[in-house]
Design a protein around this ligand. Structure first.
Ligand code: CTP
Length: 421
């Protein structure tokens, strides 16, 4: 008779990532139900640990039905299983969403008065807090000090989103969209919670700029912004404070980032230069239009009666990457460019990219071979990362999120030689 009592189903269950979803008592608790669904539907084993106050907003039956597990809030329930120790110890990831000012304070000070606070003390895995509260409470020095303490300990505390709060007021304090918290949590799980960018301020540009000819027509390009968004998201998941400068991107705002929306190359330049002031790293994943019309017609340009086509005179736009690279505003600032190359009669993809790396003066150049229109709008990417120090990293075809992690690994290596703020 076999002594191994593990059934195939139980073994499969063992391999599912174990996520603890902590829910604190805020109006945004209802959004955590959607976050829970996203985790369970993508194969995660989720234990929901609400606070007693959270159950005032969304009751235990909802959490139990969606997670398939009984719900406890106190340390004296199911006591024989020692849940206050076991749940935290066994978790691969803890996500607290929404995290109220009270829960952040209890976590920062190590209080252990209910099941969630005990889980937070026993967890040795990555912990993500997604705060949601009124702007005044978020901005209060006590909350900010607690957030700083939690971040110093390697926790990921994502910035709340701006927008409509409970009642009629608006401001910073909204829980980011559950889909975006989920993406960030997935990134944290994927890289094992390496919070190597805590204390770092980084800038990422994404999307393609548009140069208007008249109020309705523009010169643009095919950049979707997917790669830049993946890079920004990965940085936030590693603990960085991220400004994402997005040119004409229709994707939803990633959780926990400052998003600055721009249209033209001149606007992109101003936003990137301003955000890059004193930043630790700048990643230029955007595709700025290299040229713009010398003038923008205020009225829509009409077709000529004689059938002739108008001539559009163009002028060069500023080269943002070269400007940032040649005017560093912080010692050791790491600057990363992208190159979409096809290769031509003057050189191969790598030869042209190596020359571009030198010309632009950046530290790293992420090179995509775009012969045949590969990359644009696609979920996958394949690249070579060239270093100004002669480094050369091949990244096999994979998700844009995977390339984003390799880019941050390379940046992080270079930042490690510099002190954090
Ligand atoms: N870039 C920039 N400002 C511009 C054009 C490009 O900062 N006006 C940045 C892009 O964000 C990217 C890198 O430069 O990181 C490479 O862009 P690419 O268009 O390949 O470079 P170009 O200088 O336009 O080179 P080419 O002559 O090959 O078009």
């Amino acid at each position: 008779m076999s002594t191994n009592s593990t059934t195939p189903a139980a073994a499969l269950d063992e391999r599912r990532p174990k996520v603890v979803l902590g829910v604190a008592g805020g109006i945004a608790a209802y959004k955590a139900a959607e976050l829970l669904r996203r985790f369970t539907e993508s194969g995660h084993d989720v234990t929901v640990v609400p606070t007693a106050a959270a159950l005032e907003f969304v009751g235990a039956p909802t959490w139990a039905a969606l997670s398939g597990k009984e719900i406890a809030t106190g340390v004296f329930e199911n006591i024989t299983e020692v849940p206050h120790v076991r749940i935290g110890q066994q978790a691969d990831l803890v996500v607290v969403a929404p995290a109220t000012a009270n829960t952040l304070a209890r976590a920062a000070h190590g209080l252990a008065e209910d099941l969630l606070s005990n889980v937070l003390l026993t967890a040795r895995c990555p912990v993500v807090f997604a705060p949601a509260m009124h702007t005044e409470m978020w901005e209060h020095p006590a909350t900010q000090a607690n957030v700083a303490t939690l971040r110093e300990r390697g926790n990921i505390v994502i910035e709340p989103a701006e927008g409509r709060l409970t009642g009629k007021d608006t401001g910073k304090g909204r829980l980011p969209e559950p889909a975006e918290i989920f993406e960030l949590a997935r990134a944290v799980l994927a890289h094992g919670g390496r919070a190597d960018l805590v204390g770092r301020r980084v800038v990422v540009s994404a999307g393609g700029t548009r140069e208007y000819l008249d109020p309705v027509r523009y010169l643009g390009n095919r950049s979707s912004g997917l790669q830049g968004y993946a890079i920004a998201r990965a940085a936030a998941a590693r603990g960085a404070e991220v400004t994402l400068v997005a040119a004409n991107v229709t994707l939803p705002d990633p959780a926990g980032l400052k998003v600055v929306r721009v249209g033209t190359t001149a606007e992109l330049r101003d936003a990137v230069v301003s955000a890059a002031e004193g930043a630790d790293a700048v990643v230029m994943a955007a595709a700025p239009a290299d040229f713009r019309p010398t003038g923008v017609s205020e009225a829509k340009i009409k077709k000529a009666a004689d059938g002739s086509a108008p001539t559009i005179e163009l002028m060069q736009n500023p080269d943002i990457l070269a400007e940032i690279s040649h005017h560093r505003t912080k010692p050791g600032q790491v600057v990363v460019g992208f190159a979409a190359e096809t290769g031509d009669e003057t050189g191969s993809v790598i030869e042209l990219a190596t020359a571009k790396l030198k010309r632009k003066g950046c530290d790293l150049l992420v090179v995509n071979d775009v012969s045949g229109g590969a990359v644009f709008g696609s979920e996958v990417n394949k690249a070579v990362i060239l270093g100004a120090d002669g480094g050369h990293v091949d990244v096999a075809e994979g998700a844009k999120s995977a390339l984003a992690e390799v880019i941050w690994d390379q940046i992080s290596l270079r930042l490690d030689e510099q002190p954090a703020n």
